[in-house]
Design a protein around this ligand. Structure first.
Ligand SMILES: Nc1nc2c(c(=O)[nH]1)N=C([C@H](O)[C@H](O)COP(=O)(O)OP(=O)(O)OP(=O)(O)O)CN2
Ligand SMILES: [Zn+2]
Length: 123
C-alpha cells in the first residue's frame, strides 16, 4: 500500500458556537491542511495518483474556504466550524471529487496553530 500526502493552507475567520471563552469571538487562523490518500497500485508512470491531480482537487476546496468567514458558509450552517469539523468537511469534499481515481482518502489533518491540530479519518 502506498500513502501519498500533500500539504496546503488557507486563511479564514471563524467563531466557535456554544463555546465559552475567547474562541466564541470572531478571530482568524492560517490553517495548514494535510491530505493523505492511499493507492494499492501504481500507474505506468509509477504514480499512485499524480500529485498535480490531488493538489488541484484540494485547491478547489481551499478556494471555498480561503478568506471567508466560515460561519457564513453553507458547509457550516448550524455547525461550529472547529478544526475537527473543517477536517471532516475537507475529507468528504475530496473523497467525492476523487471518486474516479484508484485511491482512498485516508486522512485529513488541519492545524490551526503550530501546536494544535485535528484529523479526520473514516475509522
Ligand atoms: N478541539 C478543539 N479545540 C479548540 C478549537 C478547535 O477547533 N478544536 N478551536 C479553538 C479556537 O478556534 C481558538 O482559536 C484556539 O486558538 P488557540 O491559539 O489554540 O488558543 P489560545 O490562544 O488560547 O492558545 P493557548 O496556547 O492556550 O494560549 C479552541 N479550542
Ligand atoms: Zn479559532
Amino acid at each position: 500500500m502506498f500513502h501519498l500526502s500533500i500539504i496546503t493552507s488557507f486563511a479564514a475567520a471563524h467563531n466557535l458556537l456554544h463555546y465559552q471563552g475567547d474562541c466564541e469571538n470572531l478571530h482568524g487562523h492560517n490553517w495548514k491542511v494535510e491530505v493523505t490518500v492511499s493507492a494499492e497500485g501504481l500507474d505506468k508512470s509509477g504514480l499512485g495518483i499524480d500529485f498535480k491531480i490531488l493538489k488541484k482537487h484540494t485547491r478547489e476546496v481551499m478556494n471555498y474556504l480561503d478568506h471567508k468567514y466560515l460561519n457564513d458558509l453553507d458547509a457550516f450552517t448550524d455547525i461550529s466550524p472547529s478544526s475537527e469539523q473543517i477536517a471532516r468537511f475537507i475529507f468528504e469534499q475530496i473523497e467525492k471529487s476523487l471518486q474516479e481515481y484508484e485511491v482512498i482518502v485516508q486522512k485529513v489533518t488541519v492545524w490551526e496553530s503550530d501546536n494544535a491540530y485535528a484529523a479526520y479519518t473514516r475509522s
